[in-house]
Design a protein around this ligand. Structure first.
Ligand SMILES: Cc1ncc(C[n+]2csc(CCOP(=O)(O)OP(=O)(O)O)c2C)c(N)n1
Length: 533
């Protein structure tokens, strides 16, 4: 592949850069706005696979790196919570082959349950972080991230946000790098994290981060727009998509763009701050830059509380620069999301509503069961939580008729992601009144755009594979009753079965199986396309 110029989304640019670097494996779990990275990598001939969850994805990537291969790990922001356990020790172990973790954050919660700011993970887990502002930078900084990872033997966080992931821009790419992993060499002293080794590894990591801070200052991973010839009245320090917003909101202001936002290039920042009478930090989400600059004694101004919530825009940045916290003019109201017409989940939520049950929900299309006309969900926390929530609520309610109204509802992809251990608890610590889990098996990961998973029978590249048998898994764990039902064809039986199981003291999983209509449509389209070929 020679140099080329294309119009790409930030996600596609990351995929192209990974391909350019000869990445051995791209691995992750779907999640908006990161999903397209691995889909694109597979489509341009890279090796990409869906892991069952983000923790496994990072562990697989760690193994690739241990074998001197290069690994790209992709996930949405909340995925990094799931992967946090391996992450915090991987930074101690260090990496052999380059390892880049993409965290796609969702300020404003376009499609997420929270808007946590994952820049804080870079500081907390001690790893360098790069933040692209557009598709070209997404490409360039991915290549740079692999270089940094291999030079300093650390995983690198590439922190993106929705607008950078999904906006299109011109990307000039370089020639494909030839990359062959070096032979594996065992090094238990730095890779087996018993306390004696981990103590040493912690010191190494702190020193590597100090070296990286110096490297960041020396290697100019920052740009000054409109540098002040004499002391400017006002300057801005910013990163990521806020660079674009700021340059449009205030085209003539001096702006320091930081591309590597951890560890920070304090000398460069001090120099910039000295060139301005006042400096404002423009950042979405938490006060990551503001707090760290103030802690370093750099006198910067922060933002009003209102700018801690949601995405920034050109209009909001204008207000932020003016310390104006008055509300923005309200835009046209958005159309609320809804389950598709013909969605098989509809039958379940009609039934849950009709039976007036207490529903512990999970994350997927079916979370929309909380909205009218169903209004049949009482709680939803994070992926896989429906089962634990249900078990805990039954504990609180004791042996009462109310406890028998509690059901947990979880989708097939979410079940494999983090519902399995909930089933272990259902069997191990079964409440006095038993419990009922509805496993909504629509044969896909619908919410994030119809991705395959381990029970669909196909891998990310649509090559066939033996599917996980959900029924056999639940039976082998010792669940008392494992039922399978079609919510549309067997609607009346579904109601009778659910009521019967709720009345018993058994542990029950009802696999509610009917394919997602959108997935059927996608498969039909793919079949037609392959006929045309
Ligand atoms: C930790 C984490 N990873 C990824 C996501 C993104 N995400 C939201 S729902 C979902 C899975 C939905 O699939 P499934 O449970 O099968 O339900 P469906 O949408 O198909 O009804 C994913 C991957 C998330 N919210 N949290």
């Amino acid at each position: 592949m020679a140099d080329s110029t294309q119009i790409l989304s930030g996600d596609a640019a990351v995929a192209l850069a990974a391909k350019t670097c000869g990445v051995t494996l791209g691995v992750g779990y779907p999640g908006t706005p990161s999903t397209e990275i691995l889909e694109t990598l597979a489509s341009i001939g890279g090796n990409a696979e869906w892991a069952p969850n983000e923790k496994v994805a990072l562990e697989v990537a760690s193994g690739v790196s241990l074998g001197n291969g290069r690994a790209l790990v992709t996930m949405k922001h909340v995925g990094l919570n799931v992967a946090a356990d391996p992450l915090f020790t991987l930074t101690y172990m260090g990496v052999n082959g380059g390892l880049v973790i993409v965290s796609a954050d969702d300020p404003g919660m376009a499609s997420s349950q929270n808007e946590q700011d994952n820049r804080n993970y870079a500081k907390f887990a001690q790893m360098p972080m790069l933040e692209p502002a557009d598709s070209q930078e997404a490409y360039d900084l991915t290549v740079k991230a692999f270089e940094i990872s291999e030079s300093f033997h650390v995983p690198v966080l590439l922190r993106m946000t929705t607008r950078v992931c999904h906006s299109m821009g011109i990307v000039k790419s370089g020639a494909l790098q030839a990359f062959t992993p070096a032979p594996y060499v065992a090094d238990a002293k730095s890779k087996v994290m018993i306390p004696a080794n981990a103590r040493r590894a912690h010191v190494r990591l702190v020193h590597v981060m100090q070296d990286l801070a110096k490297w960041n200052d020396a290697n100019a991973l920052h740009t000054v727009f409109n540098p002040a010839s004499e002391k400017a009245e006002l300057g801005v320090i910013t990163s990521g998509i806020c660079v674009m917003h700021t340059r449009e909101a205030a085209p003539s202001l001096p702006v320091l763009q930081l591309k590597m936002t951890w560890p920070l290039p304090m000398d460069a920042i001090r120099k910039f701050a000295d060139s301005c009478k006042r400096v404002i930090v423009v950042e979405e989400g938490s006060r990551f830059l503001e707090e760290n600059l103030k802690a370093a004694g750099i006198p910067v101004e922060g933002k009003e509380e209102v700018f801690e919530y949601g995405e920034l825009s050109v209009g909001r940045v204008k207000k932020l620069l003016a310390h104006d916290s008055s509300p923005m003019e309200a835009g046209a109201p958005g159309r609320p999301p809804a389950l598709c017409p013909g969605c098989p989940h509809r039958k379940t939520f009609e039934l849950l509503h009709e039976l007036n049950l207490i529903v512990m929900g999970d994350i997927g299309c079916y979370t929309l069961g909380v909205l009218p006309p169903f209004q049949a969900m009482d709680a939803s926390e994070c992926m896989g939580a429906s089962i634990g929530l249900g078990l805990g609520l039954r504990r609180s309610l004791g042996d009462t008729p109310e406890a028998r109204r509690v059901v947990s509802v979880i989708g097939d992809s979410t079940f494999l992601h983090s519902g399995l251990t909930g089933i272990v608890d259902l069997v191990y610590n079964k409440p006095a009144t038993g419990h009922v889990v509805l496993l909504l098996d629509n044969g896909t990961t619908a919410m994030t755009g119809l991705q395959e998973h381990a029970a669909t029978g196909f891998r990310l590249d649509r090559s066939p594979v033996k599917p996980i048998d959900l029924e056999a898994v639940c039976k082998s764990m010792g669940v008392d009753n494992v039922d399978v039902i079609d919510p549309v064809a067997d609607h009346d039986e579904y109601s009778a079965l659910l009521q019967k199981r709720l009345a018993s003291d058994d542990s029950t999983v009802i696999i509610v199986r009917r394919p997602c209509l959108m997935q059927m449509k996608k498969l039909a389209k793919m079949a037609r396309a392959s006929e045309v070929k």
